[in-house]
Design a protein around this ligand. Structure first.
Ligand code: HEC
Length: 441
C-alpha cells in the first residue's frame, strides 16, 4: 500500500527569507518553500462515482460508508488502478475521453502566520502545455457559434468545435463540524447524480422553473455541487428539486454549515493574480462581490458583450483563427475592450473570447494567487486570510485540523472530468494531518 507521501521533513523552523526584523505582512516570495514539507497526493479520475453511487449496491464499500468509515481506510494506494479503470470507460464512465490519463500527482505545501494561510501546489499537465485558454465563439454562416469549449461536450467529441478550456486547481475545505459527512466522504458529499453532465441531470427549463434555484431565485439553469443537508429528500437519482426553504438555508449559512471552495483558474483568475473564492451550500455559489472574470457571451442575443477596441488593436475588433489559443493574442482587458457593435460587418472566421478578466472585489477576492508554468508543470501559490470575517468564508484558526479535498481540471475539461483526492486533512501548525501548514515565525 502506497501511503500519501510526505516528501521532505522540515529542516528548520526558520522558513522565512527575511532580512532584518519580522515584517508585518508576509509576501509569498518571502517564504522559503524548500524548508517546508511537501505532501504528494494522488488524484484520480472519479467519473460517475457520485454520493448516490458510493451508497449504492454497486459499491462494495457502501455499507461501511453508511457507517462513517472513511474512503482512505479501504482505498489508500488504489488511486492509479481506480483512475485508470474509470478514465478508460471500463467502469463508471459512459463517455470516456480518448487518451485521458487516470491519475495526476499533486504536490502540496502549506504555511500560515497569525493572519494568513499559504498553499503552494504543483502538478504536471497532460499535454506539457499550460491550459491557460478558455472558451471561444466564431462567426460562422452569419452568426456566432460555439468554437472552443470543453471535451465533455458532444460538439467537441464530434469535431464540430475545438477543445479549449482552462486548467484549474480546486480545494474544498470544511471546519469539521458544519458538514459532518464531508469528514468521511470528502468531495463525494457534494457530488450528485442530478448535477450537470451526470446521468439524471434535469432539463434547463425544469431548473429555471424551480422557485428557489430558477428564474425567481438563484437564476440558474443547471445543477452544480450541493450539500445533502440542504435537501428534504434524496433518492438514487439525487435530490436537486427538494430544497429546504430559503430561511432554513440562510440559517445553515449563518451557522457555518457549508464548505469553502477555492478555485484557481488558469484563464479566468490567474491573469489578475487571483484564485476564485466560492462556497458550496444549496448550490456551488460564488462569494459576495465581483469575480476576477466576466462572461462575454450574451446568450439571449446570441452575441458577445464586448469586442476588441479597434483604437488600441490596430483597427481590429475580433480575433482570427491565428489567435486561437495563442499567448500573443490580444485579451479583453479593461483597457483593451469596448461594447460589442452588432452593426459591424462581421466576417466569416472572426473569433471572440467568451470570458474576460476584471479586478475582483469583496469576499470573491479572498484568494490572492501567483502562478508559474515551467517544464510542463504548474506551480500555484494561494494566499488567503485565516479569518476574513465574511459570512461566505469559514474562519480558520491556528492549532486546528480541517477536512479538505483537492482537485485538478486538466486538458480542456470541466465538471466531472477532473481528478480528485480522497477526503484528507490539513492542520494549521500540527504534525498529524496529511498536509501540515507550518507556522511561520
Ligand atoms: C469498507 C471498505 C470501503 C470503503 C470505506 C469505501 N470503499 Fe470504495 N470500494 C470498496 C471495494 C471493496 C470496492 C470494489 C473494487 C475495489 O476493490 O477497488 C470499491 C470500489 C470503489 C470504486 C470503484 C473502483 C473500481 O475500480 O471499480 C470507487 C470509485 C470507490 N470505491 C470510491 C469510494 C469512496 C469515494 C469512498 C468513501 C466515500 C469509498 N469508496 C469507501 C470498499 C470500500
Amino acid at each position: 500500500m502506497k501511503k500519501i507521501r510526505v516528501l521532505a521533513a522540515p529542516t528548520a523552523f526558520s522558513v522565512l527569507m527575511l532580512s532584518g526584523g519580522m515584517a508585518q505582512a508576509i509576501e509569498v516570495d518571502q517564504i522559503d518553500w524548500s524548508a517546508i514539507p511537501a505532501t504528494e497526493i494522488p488524484l484520480f479520475f472519479p467519473g460517475y462515482s457520485s454520493y448516490q453511487w458510493i451508497h449504492s449496491e454497486e459499491h462494495d464499500g457502501a455499507r461501511r460508508v453508511g457507517e462513517g468509515r472513511d474512503c482512505l481506510s479501504c482505498h489508500e494506494g488504489d488511486e492509479a488502478e481506480i483512475g485508470a479503470r474509470i478514465a478508460s470507460g471500463e467502469v463508471l464512465e459512459p463517455h470516456p475521453i480518448p487518451g485521458k490519463r487516470g491519475l495526476v500527482n499533486l504536490t502540496v505545501q502549506a504555511a500560515h502566520d497569525d493572519d494568513h494561510l499559504y498553499i503552494r501546489t504543483s502538478w504536471d499537465t497532460a499535454t506539457g502545455e499550460p491550459g491557460q485558454f478558455h472558451e471561444y465563439v466564431r462567426f460562422t454562416d452569419g452568426k456566432w457559434v460555439e468554437y472552443g469549449t470543453h471535451r465533455g461536450k458532444e460538439v467537441v467529441a464530434s469535431g464540430k468545435a475545438k477543445a479549449s478550456y482552462e486548467d484549474r486547481f480546486s480545494m474544498l475545505v470544511g471546519d469539521g463540524t458544519g458538514v459532518p459527512e464531508f469528514n468521511d466522504m470528502g468531495c463525494w458529499a457534494t457530488c450528485h447524480n442530478d448535477m450537470r453532465f451526470m446521468a439524471n441531470a434535469p432539463k434547463s427549463a425544469e431548473v429555471k422553473a424551480h422557485p428557489l434555484l430558477g428564474d425567481e431565485g438563484l437564476k440558474r439553469s443547471d445543477i452544480r455541487k450541493y450539500l445533502p443537508a440542504t435537501r428534504t429528500a434524496m433518492d438514487e437519482t439525487g435530490g436537486w428539486a427538494e430544497t429546504r426553504t430559503r430561511a432554513e438555508i440562510d440559517q445553515m449559512k449563518t451557522d457555518g454549515a457549508f464548505l469553502d471552495l477555492w478555485q484557481w483558474r488558469a484563464n479566468r483568475s490567474n491573469p489578475v493574480d487571483f484564485g476564485g473564492d466560492d462556497y458550496v451550500l444549496e448550490y456551488r455559489l460564488f462569494d459576495a462581490g465581483k469575480n476576477a472574470w466576466f462572461g462575454n457571451w450574451d446568450g439571449g442575443k446570441g452575441q458577445p458583450r464586448h469586442m476588441l477596441d479597434p483604437a488600441v488593436n490596430n483597427g481590429r475588433m475580433a480575433l482570427t483563427e491565428a489567435d486561437f489559443r495563442n499567448p500573443a493574442a490580444p485579451t479583453l482587458n479593461a483597457d483593451n475592450r469596448v461594447p460589442y457593435d452588432p452593426e459591424h460587418a462581421w466576417q466569416e472566421g472572426d473569433l471572440m473570447y467568451k470570458y474576460g478578466n476584471q479586478q475582483p472585489e469583496g469576499s470573491a477576492a479572498g484568494n490572492a494567487a501567483t502562478a508559474s508554468f515551467e517544464g510542463g508543470r504548474w506551480t500555484v501559490v494561494l494566499k488567503r486570510k485565516l479569518n476574513s470575517g465574511n459570512p461566505d468564508d469559514l474562519p480558520l484558526a491556528s492549532g486546528n485540523t480541517y477536512p479538505v479535498g483537492f482537485a485538478v481540471h486538466d486538458d480542456s475539461t470541466t465538471a466531472r472530468w477532473h481528478y480528485v483526492s480522497w477526503p484528507l486533512t490539513m492542520s494549521l501548525g500540527g504534525t498529524d494531518a496529511h498536509v501540515n501548514a507550518v507556522s511561520l515565525k
